[in-house]
Design a protein around this ligand. Structure first.
Ligand SMILES: *[C@@H]1O[C@H](CO)[C@@H](O)[C@H](O)[C@H]1NC(C)=O
Ligand SMILES: *[C@@H]1O[C@H](CO)[C@@H](O)[C@H](O)[C@H]1NC(C)=O
Ligand SMILES: *[C@@H]1O[C@H](CO)[C@@H](O)[C@H](O)[C@H]1NC(C)=O
Ligand SMILES: *[C@@H]1O[C@H](CO)[C@@H](O)[C@H](O)[C@H]1NC(C)=O
Ligand SMILES: *[C@@H]1O[C@H](CO)[C@@H](O)[C@H](O)[C@H]1NC(C)=O
Length: 445
């Protein structure tokens, strides 16, 4: 009897201990960015340090790692690790894998591909590609500076995303259109433009907007928190300023710094891979730009037509057109009145299009099938599988309403395409501003 009691007691204690242990593990397991399903882990025999950060320094080097993706589009390669590498100190690297709970016995060599666009900066977007060893169901990857994996103690692991599951077919994609907004920084606080542009995207059929956030102004923060709770916006922390001295300019010789424009080129590439298995198209443009169809009511009908006419094209170039603000007698009634005190400008007032000077370089922005892109830049892709198609501006063009206008526009054309959406847009914008509690706080009522 006594023995049995003792046994029961011991069993009970053991149970409690196990419970506490499991609880600790669960709580301590770093949580990945929520919108990305994390591979189940961490396996017992692989070390536990999994990076939950979007920017992870690579030990014993000056390089930064961002994320790892399964990418088997090129023969003999399985993994693409996107990073920001210091160009003058690139050394051989080796991939080490966590294979369904076990450490891979051997490392595999890597192919290191610097992107061709660096604009003279010391740091450049870089892909590290490698093969998974045979008989390994890889869940996590780490990089070593030496081929031997003997001294692997505090190895930092990146989860491998875009793992193939059985039923990931083209027609089961979660989204039709994802907009990638790279690099929100400084105290940018143009709330009205952000809310109007996001609602305009939604009216055009965009399902998800990914925003890489270094910092932003207080009201915009509030708006974006609200959008991200709702799920339309996916905020990705981008603390590049904790690791490098990011440049606010695009050319090293002009502005100095470590990396082009807060790492914009890296975030655009990251967004392509993040969207690869879940979005039919990605739109690479800024928040002050709207890719606007002029002959269709939404992006899906536009792309339906373009894709039918150009079945081999995977990347569509859209002309950028600037709409500087020109004062005009707007109506002081209606929803606009309710927006009083909300920081930022009203994009509906940007209805004069500047005639581009076609004698000089005319920049484009992109609509791309992510699965056709290997490496991208801002106005073009650097490596791809399909063909380009330059979309004529009367079919689709970018309405670009910049915050500042450096030079007085010469030739302007009235273009009120945005007004075709006014009736739907205004109440939606009012709703999201109210939801974020941005209305009425400035002495309204
Ligand atoms: C691993 O990291 C921890 C803290 O980060 C440190 O205390 C420990 O000495 C490291 N061990 C090795 C073998 O590097
Ligand atoms: C990497 O560097 C960090 C910070 O210096 C340190 O805590 C960690 O132990 C290092 N890991 C390895 C594998 O050297
Ligand atoms: C994508 O577009 C198709 C065709 O217009 C539509 O049937 C489908 O519901 C859309 N999917 C999403 C996620 O919006
Ligand atoms: C953007 O990043 C800053 C700095 O980390 C943070 O304070 C802010 O809350 C973030 N905003 C959103 C909407 O994620
Ligand atoms: C201003 O209001 C008048 C009368 O309600 C309307 O006819 C006109 O179209 C409005 N103008 C603009 C720019 O909304």
């Amino acid at each position: 009897m006594d023995k049995a009691k003792k046994f029961k007691w011991k069993f009970f204690l053991l149970f409690i201990a196990a419970l506490i242990f499991i609880l600790c593990i669960t709580v301590r397991t770093p949580r990945m960015y929520r919108a990305i399903p994390k591979p189940q882990g961490p396996p017992k025999t692989c070390p536990l340090q999994i990076s939950e950060r979007t920017i992870t320094p690579l030990n014993n080097t000056k390089h930064l790692l961002v994320s790892a993706y399964m990418d088997q589009r090129e023969k003999g390669l399985d993994i693409r690790i996107i990073g920001i590498f210091k160009r003058d100190s690139i050394q051989p690297l080796y991939c080490l894998f966590c294979c369904a709970g076990h450490l891979s016995s051997k490392t595999t060599p890597t192919t290191i591909l610097q992107h061709s666009d660096n604009f003279g900066f010391p740091f450049v977007t870089t892909d590290v590609m490698c093969q998974i060893p045979p008989n390994c169901i890889a869940t996590h990857v780490g990089l070593l500076t030496q081929p031997d994996s003997v001294k692997v103690f505090n190895q930092t692991w990146l989860p491998i995303r875009n793992q193939k599951t059985n039923e990931k077919e083209e027609n089961k994609l979660q989204f039709n259109f994802t907009v990638c907004i790279s690099n929100l920084f400084g105290d940018y606080n143009n709330v009205l433009q952000f809310a109007q542009t996001l609602e305009m995207y939604r009216l055009l059929g965009v399902d998800r907007v990914v925003i890489y956030n270094t910092s932003c102004g207080p009201d915009l923060d509030r708006l974006l928190q609200s959008y991200s709770q709702e799920g339309f916006v996916e905020m990705v922390p981008w603390p590049i300023d904790h690791h490098l001295n990011p440049s606010r300019g695009w050319l090293f010789s002009q502005s100095g710094g470590d990396v082009h424009y807060f790492g914009q080129l890296t975030t655009l590439n990251e967004c392509i891979y993040r969207s690869m298995d879940r979005s039919r198209y990605v739109l690479l443009n800024d928040i002050d730009e709207i890719i606007m169809p002029y002959q269709h009511n939404n992006l899906m009908s536009l792309m339906g037509m373009l894709q039918q006419q150009h079945p081999n094209s995977g990347v569509f170039l859209i002309e950028n057109h600037i709409y500087p603000k020109k004062p005009f007698g707007g109506n002081e009634t209606g929803p606009l009145h309710q927006w009083k005190g909300v920081p930022g400008f009203n994009i509906l007032e940007h209805i004069y299009r500047e005639e581009p000077n076609r004698k000089i370089y005319h920049p484009h922005k992109l609509i791309a099938q992510p699965r056709m892109v290997q490496q991208t830049s801002i106005h073009e892709v650097l490596k791809k599988f399909g063909e380009y198609f330059k979309v004529p501006p009367d079919v689709c063009r970018i309405i670009h309403a910049p915050i500042s206008m450096p030079r007085p526009p010469e030739q302007l054309h009235l273009d009120t395409r945005l007004w075709d959406f006014t009736d739907k847009l205004l109440p939606r914008v009012t709703t999201v501003l109210r939801r974020a509690e941005l209305l009425g706080s400035q002495g309204q009522e």
